[in-house]
Design a protein around this ligand. Structure first.
Ligand code: HPA
Length: 271
């Protein structure tokens, strides 16, 4: 009996023959427009991919698109599952490992996040340079073997960070950067938690990304990650926090993320 990863890889090989992606992308809330610029797309519903999650959050479509962006073969995941949906931190294990199995050497992750820094307001794009896994669990619980002890000291690939800074410079897009702090959700944080996040060096807070990054590093992939700042974090503004606001602001700033990633992919090399 083959594994979910092998079966999903077989479905992908059947439905997107000849596509050999080198970069996998996971697109967060309101960031789906990048999937529409994939050339010669083959679109596969997660429902047809064993072990891929049922996507239950508005703004997350649940489709894998294979093809090319700016000359780089890509596998774009439109929609992810979150730890808060079922309490399983490893819910993205099969998708991330399937991306690796079909040839992806790099994983690019995007998300929507709240900013802990007043200077980086809604609509800003932030390069993630490091993270704090405050939610707690590891997606690698239950793994065996010494490679489960993954070194995360350069989890966000320094060369990919430089490439994204260069892309932002070329495009005239102002790119903030900082540490992403993973909270479990689905509730937003309290103002006291945000004061703690500020005190310990977090620039943004969110409910995703970190499990996928750990899974990707465990699988030997290089990682790049961007946040769209959709709001100032709890207690920093009079606005009530809501998922609707997250999606609306993310969709407005999605053009900058799309431009950055299109440029990044156009200049992509694994050297
Ligand atoms: N907190 C957590 N997750 C988020 C936020 C936030 O303020 N904004 C968008 N996703």
């Amino acid at each position: 009996m083959s594994t979910d990863i092998e079966q999903s890889a077989t479905v992908i090989a059947d439905r997107a023959p000849g596509v050999k992606p080198t970069v996998g992308l996971i697109l967060g809330s309101g960031l789906g427009s990048l999937a529409q610029v994939v050339e010669d797309p083959a679109v596969i519903s997660y429902a047809d991919l064993p072990g891929f999650p049922k996507v239950g959050v508005a703004g997350h479509a649940g489709q894998l698109t294979l093809g090319e962006i700016s000359g780089t073969a890509v596998a774009v995941m439109l929609g992810r599952a979150h730890y808060y949906e079922t309490g399983a931190a490893d819910v993205m294990k099969t998708p991330v490992r399937t991306l690796r199995e079909i040839g992806c050497e790099t994983l690019v992750v995007t998300n929507a996040a709240g900013s802990t820094d007043e200077a980086t307001g809604p609509g800003s794009v932030m390069l993630i340079t490091d993270h704090i896994a405050f939610a707690g669990p590891s997606p690698l619980f239950g793994e065996v073997g010494n490679n489960r002890f993954v070194d995360l000291s350069q989890a966000y690939d320094p060369d990919h960070q430089s490439a994204l800074r260069a892309a932002a410079h070329r495009l005239g897009i102002s790119l903030a950067e900082g540490v992403y702090m993973w909270f479990c959700g689905p509730h937003f944080e309290t103002p006291a938690e945000i004061r703690m996040a500020q005190a310990i060096g977090a620039s943004a807070v969110g409910m995703s990304t970190v499990p996928e990054v750990i899974l990707a590093r465990h699988a030997g992939m290089r990682v790049a990650a961007l946040s769209i700042i959709t709001n100032l974090a709890a207690g920093m503004s009079a606005l009530e926090l809501s998922h609707q606001q997250t999606m609306t602001v993310a969709a407005k700033a999605a053009g900058d993320v799309q431009a950055l990633l299109t440029d990044f992919l156009g200049n992509y090399s694994n050297s």
